[in-house]
Design a binder for this molecule. Sequence first.
Ligand code: HEC
Length: 451
Amino acid sequence: MKKLAISLTIATCFVSCKKEAETPADPLEQYETTYEVIQGAIWDQSCISCHVAGSSFARQSDLVLTADVSYQQLVNRSPKNESAQEDGLLLVGDKGLESIYSSFLWEKINVLDQEHFYSDHPGYGSLMPLGGDPLTNGQLEYIRQWILAGAPKDGDLVDRTLLNDTSKFQTPPFEPLAIPTSGVQFHVEPFDVPANSDRELFIYEPLNNESPLYISSYEIAMKAGSHHFILYSFPEDYSSDLPQTGVIRDVYTSSGGYNFNTLFFMQYHEFIAGTQVPTLRYNYPKGVALKVPANSGFDLNSHYANRTEETITGEVYANIHTIPEEEVEHQAQILNLNNQDFVLPANKVTTIEKTYTFSQPRNIFQLWSHAHEHNTEFKVYIVGGARNEELIYYSNDWEHPPILQLDPPLLLEAGEGLRLEATYDNWESRDLKFGLRSTDEMMILFGAYYE
Ligand code: HEC
């Protein structure tokens, strides 16, 4: 009997203990100090793809995190970000607890506090790593304790087993946004997305605004499974009929063809606000606002891609926050560089280039790319001027391209411009072209600027 019990334990262990038995010797043993652990296990893994000498990201953030210089770059150094500088933050101070509250590095990585980060600090840019998964809760606690200990270069002061906690911050559950104190809330009410299908729809909502509105920020919350949500307006001089108010207009018919009535309106759309991540709060730079003329309306565009075997429910809340006209110093303009003229031959990797030059100087403060699943890389270069050929935007994640905030804004003089370079792996046996479906392709650079 006894023997049987033992072999049973071993048998269970074969299933549930396998992982443990395969784990190699502790990879952290090679590091002597706490800071070496931070460098090797965190910066080297999650940050130096961008924060490396010579890259445009390093230039923009003035921050290099490779082992040779990272400590001097971080400790007792002022941030490049102007709002953080004005708030008197250091990247990392050496004063222990006090330094937690005055550390811009900590603000930038502490995803647990993201509500606070985006709502209280409009000028602080994005959470890091930009566009990627957050650091694990264990990594965050390890860094926090290093700052608490005075951010030393030497010494092995923080408990390394903290790093065993590999859980990550989860986006909070979908819930309604609070009604803005000054602004407008939109709600796309729950709708079904059938199994294994795309559903993309529009709903037109008039704003009934007697005078112009000035948008200074917006928030979007989408229920899980969404591909994107975008608010569009129609041009001020638009003279055809507007879509019917409050009625769902599907892009596809039930048999999978296009609803041409829906497509008709799309050619007039002007981009106002949008996101591809489940929750977003976006703030325009201080004093900058997007003007919405009197008596406008927005076309709400929701796209869900349901790759499961069950029907899912889509639902979206979107808030625009407005400021009085007196507070507007610069009017924001929408950048929408949409290249529809390309062919991607079957079974080939193809790179498409397209250059856009501008006839007026522009201050660009936001950029994000939009493409579909065959897109492997999306690059944007400056054309002309002192920074000719500099790479300023990079995404290798078509589903979640980073929404890049440029602070200070990128100034392009008249005659200068941007070159878009998008690479696609067309593994299909048919050629691909521009199209609205997620199985077609796109090459769009969205953004915002002021003149
Ligand atoms: C995809 C590229 C990318 C990755 C990966 C990335 N960053 Fe950044 N980082 C940026 C860009 C661009 C900026 C400037 C814009 C901003 O602050 O949002 C920036 C800014 C920062 C700043 C502010 C610097 C200043 O003085 O204003 C800190 C701190 C920072 N990053 C830390 C990190 C850390 C730590 C990681 C890894 C956990 C990381 N970043 C990963 C691109 C990246």
